[in-house]
Design a protein around this ligand. Sequence first.
Ligand SMILES: *[C@@H]1O[C@H](CO)[C@@H](O)[C@H](O)[C@H]1NC(C)=O
Ligand SMILES: *[C@@H]1O[C@H](CO)[C@@H](O)[C@H](O)[C@H]1NC(C)=O
Ligand SMILES: *[C@@H]1O[C@H](CO)[C@@H](O)[C@H](O)[C@H]1NC(C)=O
Ligand SMILES: *[C@@H]1O[C@H](CO)[C@@H](O)[C@H](O)[C@H]1NC(C)=O
Ligand SMILES: *[C@@H]1O[C@H](CO)[C@@H](O)[C@H](O)[C@H]1NC(C)=O
Ligand SMILES: *[C@@H]1O[C@H](CO)[C@@H](O)[C@H](O)[C@H]1NC(C)=O
Ligand SMILES: *[C@@H]1O[C@H](CO)[C@@H](O)[C@H](O)[C@H]1NC(C)=O
Length: 214
Amino acid sequence: MVFTTRDALVVSAFAIAISSVHGHINLSPKYAEPNQVLDTMFHVPHGCNGSSTVSISVTVPETITNLTARPVDNWSLATAYRDSSNASVNTITWSGGLLKGTDAFDFPIVLTVPNVDLSSQTNVSFYFPVVQTCEVGSINWTSTSTAHGSADGEPAPALIVVKNATQAAADALAIKGTASASAPAPTATGNSGNQIYAGLLPVVAAIAALSISL
Ligand SMILES: *[C@@H]1O[C@H](CO)[C@@H](O)[C@H](O)[C@H]1NC(C)=O
Ligand SMILES: *[C@@H]1O[C@H](CO)[C@@H](O)[C@H](O)[C@H]1NC(C)=O
Ligand SMILES: *[C@@H]1O[C@H](CO)[C@@H](O)[C@H](O)[C@H]1NC(C)=O
Ligand SMILES: *[C@@H]1O[C@H](CO)[C@@H](O)[C@H](O)[C@H]1NC(C)=O
Ligand SMILES: *[C@@H]1O[C@H](CO)[C@@H](O)[C@H](O)[C@H]1NC(C)=O
Ligand SMILES: *[C@@H]1O[C@H](CO)[C@@H](O)[C@H](O)[C@H]1NC(C)=O
Ligand SMILES: *[C@@H]1O[C@H](CO)[C@@H](O)[C@H](O)[C@H]1NC(C)=O
């Protein structure tokens, strides 16, 4: 499989553009190809009904056995493993930080995408249930059912494995563009420095990569 750096950068620029106007915790980027080593982030768009976020706790799907959570400034990182070999991460918790209720932030991980067979299906989703804890209240981003407003919480972030992640991200962006064309413009949310950094760098780098390849 050929997945160039340029593709990855373009995908992440698209994914960030999509997720920054989205109200749910999402993976950004969330589309990936089988067996790919993927750098991605849990994009936390806001706190709990205005209250500041103090902890993000993630359960890793069992099928994902090669995953590393990256540390974030001012947050402590704790990982629990599936067994005493410490090879496979079961849960990740970033805690001890304080993220204002109106602010967005990204918590990064790197993982190897399962080598799923896409010969008879277009995509396979892997869900990462997340519990967001705030100074006041918490949100269970734990639902893996596609029905909205389900009893098991808000939708869990998903990694979606497809044949062509660049294409899937572009398609999602096109759908989003069509959907929001008649909707009011999204209001700006207070973005943290890391968000601006993550949002601009891939775009700049993608443009640089494009001009190099021309
Ligand atoms: C969110 O906060 C507002 C204002 O404090 C309150 O009226 C509302 O009930 C809260 N909603 C939830 C779901 O807690
Ligand atoms: C595990 O992930 C690392 C990146 O964190 C990657 O370099 C390595 O190749 C992966 N190993 C396997 C067996 O997929
Ligand atoms: C970490 O905390 C220090 C002290 O409050 C602050 O100056 C710095 O900007 C914070 N770093 C990030 C990435 O939020
Ligand atoms: C796994 O991690 C635990 C806790 O950090 C440690 O005590 C143990 O020695 C580690 N096991 C291996 C095989 O590295
Ligand atoms: C994933 O597959 C389902 C049907 O199995 C389809 O409805 C959906 O559009 C696909 N999503 C993507 C991103 O390909
Ligand atoms: C989140 O889930 C836990 C247990 O699964 C439950 O006790 C708690 O009430 C839920 N929180 C919310 C805000 O729904
Ligand atoms: C994936 O999709 C992109 C965008 O449509 C396209 O340029 C690229 O050639 C495709 N890659 C493969 C391997 O088909």
